[in-house]
Design a protein. Structure first.
Lengths: 115, 107
C-alpha cells in the first residue's frame, strides 16, 4: 500500500478552470503538507495542517484552498487557474510537528500544466 | 530571513568516487533535513539531524551547529545515486529548502 498517495499524477487544463488535487496518507500521521516545486526544482511550503487544523499558510494566493476532511486527507482546490500555477505539487505527511518536524513522507507528486 | 544555501549546484562524479554536498543555513533552525529526489520525481527523506552525524548505508550526514553547516557524503558512489539532493532547514514548524544539488554519477 502506498503510504502517501495523491491523485491525479498529471493534470493538464486551460487557464481559468478550477481543479482539485487529492491526497491521502495511511500512516496515521497527524500533520500533512502541500508543497509547490517550480520549473527550477525549487520546493516551497504552501500549507500545513495538523489534525485538520491549518497551521501554515505561506502567502499563497487565495485561489488556492486546502481542505482537510479528516487527518488522513488533505485536498488542494485551485480556482481560476493561471499559467504561473504550472508546477509539480507534492503532498507530504509527518507524525507530528509539536517540538519539531519529524521525517516527512512524500507523495509522488502531481504535475499541473496550465495551457 | 531564513535561508538555506547548497553547493555545488551541479556535480558529476565517476563511479566509486567519494561525494560531498554542502549546505549552509541562517540561525534559528531546530533541525536539518536531507532529501533525495529521484529522476522520476519522487522525494524521499534521507536524514533529519540536529547535531553530530548520522549514517545509513553509504550515506553520511553531518552537521556543525557553530558553523551553521551540514554536509551529505556518499561513499563508493554508484550511477543509481544520480538524483537531486536537497537540504532543508526546519524553522519553527516549516521547512525552508535549498535549491538542490543535481548529482550525476557516471559508470
Amino acid at each position: 500500500d502506498t503510504a502517501v498517495s495523491q491523485t491525479p499524477k498529471y493534470l493538464v487544463t486551460q487557464m481559468g478552470n478550477d481543479k482539485s488535487i487529492k491526497c491521502e496518507q495511511n500512516l496515521g500521521h497527524d500533520t500533512m503538507y502541500w508543497y509547490k516545486q517550480d520549473s527550477k526544482k525549487f520546493l516551497k511550503i504552501m500549507f500545513s495542517y495538523n489534525n485538520k487544523e491549518l497551521i501554515i499558510n505561506e502567502t499563497v494566493p487565495n485561489r488556492f484552498s486546502p481542505k482537510s476532511p479528516d487527518k488522513a486527507h488533505l485536498n488542494l482546490h485551485i480556482n481560476s487557474l493561471e499559467l504561473g500555477d504550472s508546477a509539480v505539487y507534492f503532498c507530504a505527511s509527518s507524525q507530528d510537528w509539536v517540538g519539531g518536524i519529524n521525517i516527512q513522507y512524500f507523495g509522488a507528486g502531481t504535475r499541473l500544466s496550465v495551457l | 530571513k531564513n535561508e538555506v544555501e547548497q553547493s555545488p549546484q551541479n556535480l558529476t562524479a565517476q563511479e566509486g568516487e567519494f561525494i560531498t554536498i554542502n549546505c549552509s543555513y541562517s540561525v534559528g533552525i531546530s533541525a536539518l533535513h536531507w532529501l533525495q529526489q529521484h529522476p522520476g520525481g519522487g522525494i524521499v527523506s534521507l536524514f533529519m539531524l540536529s547535531s553530530g552525524k548520522k549514517k545509513h548505508g553509504r550515506l553520511i550526514a553531518t552537521i556543525n551547529i557553530q558553523e551553521k553547516h551540514s554536509s551529505l557524503h556518499i561513499t563508493a558512489s554508484h550511477p543509481r545515486d544520480s538524483a537531486v539532493y536537497i537540504c532543508a532547514g526546519e524553522y519553527g514548524n516549516k521547512l525552508v529548502f535549498g535549491a538542490g544539488t543535481i548529482l550525476r554519477v557516471k559508470s
